[in-house]
Design a protein around this ligand. Structure first.
Ligand SMILES: [Ca+2]
Length: 528
């Protein structure tokens, strides 16, 4: 399993190799320059007096004769320099190119589309997220891969829709499903090309009995050199949690609230622990605002007198923690070469105080309220500050995006559902061979499955026999079901949905969901 493997001694030799490479490259430039200067000086030094003195030489001047070889030599050096200059320039340009970008993915837990000032909430203060959006791009139609936790997280790491990668459900109890070692994650791929990798916060990609055991893959097995995580929620509360595990070792009780604790660990890794000769992958998966909600009084008091003060303060607490991570990037001087993505793993829970901003449904639903989430990205020099992008993107796209900008090819031995969202950073469309697809096993029976192609969204029931059709760009609240009035479009979308689902069933570990002992809930007939 090697889950605790931290390549403590991997740094120095690689640093030496890098230093040697730099020496050779820089040496090449210097040698070229030396060579040129030497020959130029030699030639000019020899010829200079002649040229100065023989501006108008007469044919009788004997010095003309002696200068001819030097002129030839001078021309030869110039010709050589004409050829060498582009080479030297290209070496110099390569030296000045930034190294591979760092990747930071910050994720909230159960934060709704409407739960921030950035996305229009009239009271909730989120100054750091606002600033991040102002410095980068805000996606108005960013989706999580599922209406619940674990599946969305699995899709971010693998680029594969949850039923295909196996993590089809939230992994809170005793379930067989987990993020298998056979899945390929982007931290693992980037680690293989020399990235330092760190995960802090919620993990939730194994069942509770599987977490931090040798028999199942842990964060370290999925590519993280360093990790400090909880299985699911911070317990017994998000205040003074006792269930964090750092690189396989229980941490014991921590004083404070989860989001700042997680952010501080991320900042500590950035400043003190990582190998600074390497680019890095950092995943910061906060617990907030998932229940049990615990809000520091300093943030709650911002909303004194409001019935939703605890929840709203919890979002501001999360935003404060985001600020800690962003400040650490600034202090480390890596801001300009770092892609930061902020998103949420699923929609909000209204009874705890979350809001979808008017979208239909909430957590667990495949209507927009369950799956449309905040999505902000900053990458200086690559994303125009203040961009607002209406292009539909999904957490599943993070995998392909990260591979795209780091120059790593997509795995060819498996289906990758996500695509690079780089065009969407500029508001340009992305091309999807596999449409956006959702299946949330605990959804209400009528919206178990959804498919989106362009502006059209089909919502299917658990038996895949009843469908609703929405033109989502116009009808973002999903109030007007067009299935009856547009039977041909509905049938076309239905056939595509069934085709996508059949492909997933054929590829995913379907025994996991078909053998699930849990009975269907909420009046449903199908338990997955
Ligand atoms: Ca969640």
């Amino acid at each position: 399993m090697n889950r605790d493997a931290i390549p403590q001694n991997a740094g120095p030799p690689r640093r030496q190799v890098a230093a040697a490479r730099d020496f050779v490259r820089l040496g090449a430039i210097e040698r070229c320059v030396d060579f040129f200067v030497h020959h130029l000086e030699e030639s000019i030094g020899t010829m200079n007096p002649l040229f100065i003195r023989s501006t108008n030489p007469t044919p009788r001047d004997p010095r003309i004769v002696s200068s001819l070889p030097h002129r030839k030599r001078y021309r030869r050096v110039l010709r050589m320099w004409v050829f060498l200059l582009p080479l030297v320039a290209s070496i110099a340009a390569a030296e000045s190119e930034p190294s591979r970008p760092n990747i930071v993915v910050v994720m909230a837990d159960d934060m709704g589309w409407g739960d921030s000032a950035t996305y229009g909430h009239p009271q909730i203060q989120t100054p750091h997220l606002d600033k991040l959006a102002a410095e980068g791009v805000k996606f108005t139609q960013c989706y999580s891969a599922c209406g619940v936790c674990s599946p969305s997280r699995s899709a971010i790491l693998t680029g594969r829709t949850p039923y295909r990668n196996g993590v089809y459900r939230h992994l809170s109890g005793n379930h067989a499903a987990h993020l298998r070692a056979s899945e390929i994650t982007y931290p693992k791929l980037l680690k293989s090309i020399g990235y330092a990798t760190c995960h802090v916060g919620k993990w939730h990609l194994a069942s509770k009995p599987q977490f931090n055991t040798a028999d199942y893959p842990q964060p370290g097995d999925h590519g993280y050199d360093y990790w400090m995580a909880t299985h699911n929620n911070a317990e017994p509360s998000h205040k003074n949690p006792r269930n964090f595990v750092r690189n396989g070792e229980p941490v014991g009780e921590l004083q404070g609230y989860s989001a700042p604790l997680v952010a501080s660990e991320a900042a500590r890794w950035l400043s003190d622990l990582r190998d600074k000769s390497k680019p890095f992958v950092l995943s910061v998966w906060f617990h907030e605002p998932h229940s049990p909600i615990a809000t520091d009084p300093q943030f709650r008091k911002l909303y004194d007198g409001h019935e939703n003060a605890t929840y709203m303060g919890n979002i501001t607490q999360l935003d404060h923690a985001l600020g800690i991570v962003l400040q650490a990037l600034d202090q480390e001087g890596v801001r300009d070469n770092t892609l930061v993505i902020f998103t949420s793993d699923n929609g909000p829970v209204a009874r705890f105080g979350g809001t979808t901003g008017g979208l239909r449904g909430g957590k667990r639903s495949d209507h927009e309220g369950g799956i449309r989430v905040p999505g902000v990205a900053r990458w200086p020099g690559h994303i125009e500050p203040g961009t607002v992008s209406d292009v539909a993107v999904i957490g599943t796209d993070i995998f392909a995006t990260v591979l795209d900008i780091t120059g790593v090819p997509l795995p060819k031995d498996r289906t990758i559902d996500g695509v690079s969202m780089v065009p969407a950073f500029k508001g340009e469309p992305v091309e999807r061979k596999i449409p956006l697809f959702w299946r949330t096993h605990v959804s209400p029976p009528a919206d178990r499955v959804a498919l989106r192609i362009g502006d059209w969204k089909l919502v299917g029931d658990e038996t895949l026999t009843k469908f609703q059709l929405f033109e989502i760009q116009k009808d973002w609240k999903e109030e007007h079901d067009l299935a009856a009035s547009m039977p041909e479009k509905t049938e076309q979308m239905k056939q595509r949905m069934l085709e996508v689902w059949r492909g997933i069933e054929a590829e995913g570990p379907d025994h996991w969901w078909k053998n699930e002992r849990q009975q269907p809930t909420r009046g449903g007939k199908v338990n997955y």
